[in-house]
Design a protein around this ligand. Sequence first.
Ligand SMILES: Nc1nc2c(c(=O)[nH]1)N[C@H]1C(S)=C(S)[C@@H](COP(=O)(O)O)O[C@H]1N2
Ligand SMILES: [Mo]
Length: 331
Amino acid sequence: MPIHKKKDWSIPEKDATDEHVYLNRRRVLTAMGIGGAILAAPLAFRAIEKMVPEPKPVAPPEPDPSAGLYPVERNAAFVLDRPLSPEDDVLSYNNFYEFGSHKSIASAAQALRIRPWQVRLDGLVERETTVDIDDLLKTMPLEERLYRHRCVEAWAMAVPWSGFPLRALVDFAKPLGSAKYVIMETFLDEDMAPGQAASWYPWPYVEGLTIDEATNDLAFIATGLYGKPMPRQNGAPLRLAVPWKYGFKSIKSIVRFHFTETRPKTFWEQIQPAEYGFWANVNPDVSHPRWSQATERMLGTGERVPTQLYNGYAPQVAHLYKDRQDERLFA
Ligand SMILES: Nc1nc2c(c(=O)[nH]1)N[C@H]1C(S)=C(S)[C@@H](COP(=O)(O)O)O[C@H]1N2
Ligand SMILES: [Mo]
């Protein structure tokens, strides 16, 4: 029998201040209705977290109606330099602030209702439209890809996503020539997702890519994981996977793709712009203001490995940024 190694991230980080969430204190206190005078007082994040309502107990979720589509054929072009992360770790250590600002949201996320699920395609497109997820899954070319994933908090995983290239969805949406960005939005329903009752977060979760990034080969819409439909905690029924960027760009449970001329202010950028910007490309040489990004810790084994420029995907994506060298590309 394999010895079950104590997972090195399970205890210490739970007690530590959450690295990702260093909320702008003014924002929190304003949301709580507390005025400026108190701003000088220290405010422990733990105290704030306690004010997020506890998730309600949930009935067992309905089976996923797309289960028959998986597994799908693996695209051999996407290879890994490391073993796949253990499935049970990937399914039980998550970031999904809609269901709580800690890693153990998997059971709370079972409250996510994944049908009916509609996806709105709008803004600068030939014809705005709404498409049902099951129709979309029938239309899109499904395949499996092995990708690395690097969270800005310096943990990492390697996973088999199933899904389709974001480019296929962009083609389907038919953006106008004037569209420069695609903005993606997560659902908004605080009865279902108690984290969204925390008014100091700028819900809904919003992310964005340039059209060039969105139509790059690597940009992927994941609808499954480990040969099965996407688990709720990992962002069912569809989420982004942009493996050359920090994990917070890979927005979960998307309901809208909005094409626009102007760069959006993304969720984390609104919360803490000094720490989380629009580009958020992985770079081991550019530290986060509060920790180094030189290495990463693999889920499951706890092994420390060096982080790579663009998370190892520089050959595929570095050219996207050659004319943007004056911008803050790595935060
Ligand atoms: N809607 C939404 N999408 C999200 C997040 C979130 O809190 N809400 N967290 C992001 C972060 S920080 C990471 S690292 C990944 C985590 O994906 P995983 O739980 O499938 O590993 O999801 C990203 N997408
Ligand atoms: Mo992350």
